[in-house]
Design a protein around this ligand. Structure first.
Ligand code: NDP
Length: 260
């Protein structure tokens, strides 16, 4: 019996997941991992064109995949999307809080409105989606919540005051939820991406001079990350392989954060 459980520890057949911002970038990389392991996956976002392309990629894995319209800046949209994912598949077992944004300005030049936009997109939405997912996970007998942090959960940068606050906050939020919901068999963890080639960082490379080469020079793996680098960690943190892993923050960064 124990051996049988170990043999299928990465199997997500029969599980249902909702990935915010799963229509592109890191979110899609994670959604692909979940689908490859057999989960039904709902991807949430605003951009329908990106979502159609993402659904075409997900369909290659033979798992059920759906797009759910979502604006994480609106609490009602977060709650409706989580409920929609649960009713589409009949249950909800896995939530990936991935949607995120950045507004790059020095602290002295950052209007309060921009602060709120970044905090609400990256942090408040993760709280609201987790809060909305909780009753569904209770009904399912447990669940997995995966939050996307950043190297800015650990480090600071002059142009990242709101972003770093949101990404530091998401790690602490996950730790607090992990302690609260362990009794419900819900594991809550964070993933800290290094520098990954996505729309978000294409913007950063345009706005921050020399960034591309600085990242390469500091990354022991000697490359920028690819969204598919997140498929494996998604499967691990969404599957029974991680049932005794909760409240952690795991870097997926090609070694960026351990170079002295
Ligand atoms: P992308 O810009 O490719 O993806 C961001 C995703 O978030 C999009 O799918 C977007 O959907 C969604 N999103 C943003 N705002 C909203 C909103 N208001 N409502 C709904 N969805 C929204 O960037 P990444 O893949 O790089 O980013 C994904 C996560 O990874 C973010 O949390 C980011 O902070 C984090 N991260 C990325 C790193 C990197 O190097 N790329 C490094 C560290 C962390 P839509 O297009 O439909 O708006």
């Amino acid at each position: 019996m124990v051996e049988k459980k170990l043999m299928s520890m990465f199997d997500l057949k029969g599980k249902a997941a909702f990935v915010t911002g799963g229509n592109g970038g890191i979110g899609l990389g994670m959604a692909k991992g979940l689908a490859a392991a057999g989960a039904a996956v709902a991807i949430g976002g605003r951009n329908r064109t990106k979502a159609d392309a993402a659904l075409a990629e997900l369909s290659k894995f033979g798992a059920k995949a759906e797009f759910i319209e979502l604006d994480v800046l609106k609490e009602s949209s977060c709650r409706a999307a989580v409920d929609n994912a649960a009713s589409t598949f009949g249950h909800l077992d896995i939530l990936v809080n991935n949607a995120g944004t950045n507004i790059r300005k020095q602290p002295e030049n950052l209007p309060t409105q921009d602060w709120h936009t970044v905090l609400d997109t990256n942090l408040t939405s993760a709280f609201v989606c987790s809060h909305a997912a909780y009753p569904h996970m209770i009904r399912a007998g447990g669940g997995k919540i995966i939050n996307i942090g950043s190297m800015m959960s650990i480090f600071g940068a002059p142009y990242s005051v709101a972003y770093a606050a949101s990404k530091g906050g998401i790690v602490q939020m996950a730790r607090a939820m992990a302690t609260a919901w362990a009794k419900n068999n819900i594991q809550v963890n964070s993933v800290l991406p290094g520098w990954i080639d996505t729309e978000l960082t294409q913007g950063a490379r345009r706005e921050v001079e020399g960034l591309h080469d600085r990242v390469l020079a500091r990354t022991p793996a000697q490359r920028w990350g690819h969204p598919n680098d997140f498929a494996g960690i998604a499967v691990f943190l969404a599957s029974s392989a991680s049932d005794f892993v909760t409240g952690t923050a795991i870097p997926v960064d090609g070694g960026y954060s351990i170079l002295g």
